[in-house]
Design a protein around this ligand. Structure first.
Ligand SMILES: Nc1ncnc2c1ncn2[C@@H]1O[C@H](COP(=O)(O)OP(=O)(O)O)[C@@H](O)[C@H]1O
Ligand SMILES: [Mg+2]
Length: 375
């Protein structure tokens, strides 16, 4: 994945490192100096592309923290590239031969989470026919990436805090403790301080995790990066398909004015969709508003009006269900787009939809198929 940067080099080397894909010209080294001209060419840092000031600032921070043992808390809206940041830290940590284990806390059902993180002994619960290592043991000596950490139940947060402080934990059903050395990189698309105030993130865990907080900026604040990253995605598709498609002028203008609530993920999907629909010129606007042929879900009720009306006295669960269903309907069943707009991961959206399927109450919008394919 890394072209020029050798694993084990110092953070200084990491700062100098700018790997380039063959089709993308190299850029100037990362510097604090204000740019005289807007950046025209794209920097690549580890797995991340970007040349805007906020991204260069992020690259500098990553270069500083990567070679240390510090825990990192990555904050940013859904689709901004938090997982790529975690990968890049790993690649530049000097321990890239060690394990990197990723787990999405929002995608594991709460009653399975303990066994998933800490492992279990044989016979410790029905179905535990053999003992199994958990994420912490598998990440021993390396990095554990805890995505959507604010979705972790409170009782698990206490256990996580203990392991971060002592390095020790018990497998489910075990009498003795296991010791590991794991660096934790956590990520959240919520504001962690607000999550603490809302009582969904323990403050002690927050302080423990956020030794070094990193903020990944939303795409709408990255200026020309939008076009440059879009070019990267288009180049990749052109290479794969041996084509020479280009963006229309209107698409380029649209890119800069649209707010990209789903950030880079939304941009990537939009480019892919426009690419498939285009003979030669990609029309992003049309691609983003055109109905998905495979999933015709005629707008009706709340989804058509673009509003959700709630009776005071509704439960939060009901409100969430209505908003999710209406958003999904509004985007014609496109789960990727709906998840991006709702600010949750695709997995979280799938989990919610599975719950609604299991417990239908008629709140789903007419014509919305929860089991339909990911768009
Ligand atoms: N700076 C970037 N350069 C290139 N691709 C990016 C960048 N940031 C994100 N992506 C791509 O966007 C998608 C979403 O990134 P991801 O790291 O999963 O976001 P998050 O974890 O914040 O939701 C992935 O396909 C990723 O490869
Ligand atoms: Mg993610």
């Amino acid at each position: 994945m890394l072209n020029n940067y050798r694993i084990g080099e110092t953070s200084q080397a990491a700062v100098r490192y700018l790997a380039c894909e063959p089709c993308i010209p190299a850029i100037a080294p990362i510097s604090d100096e204000p740019q005289k001209h807007p950046p025209q060419v794209l920097a690549r840092f580890g797995d991340l592309y970007g040349a805007s000031r906020p991204m260069r600032q992020l690259f500098r921070m990553i270069a500083r923290v990567a070679p240390t043992q510090a825990n990192v808390l990555i904050e940013g809206e859904s689709g901004t590239g938090k997982e790529l940041v975690a990968n890049t830290i790993y690649l530049m940590s000097g321990h890239a031969g060690e394990p990197l284990v990723a787990v999405n806390c929002g995608a594991i059902s709460p009653h399975l989470m303990e066994a998933e993180l800490f492992g279990h002994e044989r016979g410790s619960f029905t179905g535990a026919v053999r003992s199994r290592k958990g994420c912490f043991e598998r990440a021993d000596g390396g990095i554990l990436f805890l995505d959507e950490v604010t979705e972790m139940p409170m009782d698990m947060q206490i256990k996580l805090l203990r392991i971060l402080e002592t390095g020790r934990f018990c497998r489910v059903g075990a009498d003795t403790e296991t010791e590991v050395k794991v660096r934790v990189i956590a990520a959240t698309n919520r504001c962690p301080k607000q999550a603490v105030r809302d009582g969904i993130l323990r403050s002690d865990l927050y302080y423990r995790l956020s030794v070094f907080p990193l903020q990944v900026p939303p795409l709408r604040e990255r200026g020309e990066d939008i076009q440059l990253i879009a070019n990267v995605f288009l180049e990749r598709l052109n290479r794969e398909e041996r084509s020479a498609k280009v963006f229309s002028q209107a698409s380029r203008q649209f890119m800069q004015t649209y707010q990209w609530p789903g950030n880079v993920r939304e941009l990537k999907n939009a480019v892919h969709r426009a690419f498939i629909l285009a003979d030669r010129e990609l029309d992003l606007t049309a691609a983003m508003t055109a109905p998905v042929p495979a999933e015709p879900t005629p707008p009706a009720g709340e989804e058509a009006s673009g509003c959700v009306t709630l009776q005071v006295g509704s439960t939060l669960e009901e409100a969430q269900r209505r908003l999710i269903c209406a958003t999904l309907g509004h985007y014609r069943g496109n789960k990727t787009l709906a998840a991006a707009v709702l600010g949750v991961s695709l997995k979280t959206l799938y989990n919610r939809l599975k719950e609604y399927e299991a417990k239908p109450d008629g709140a789903g919008p007419p014509g919305t198929s929860f089991s339909s394919k990911v768009a």
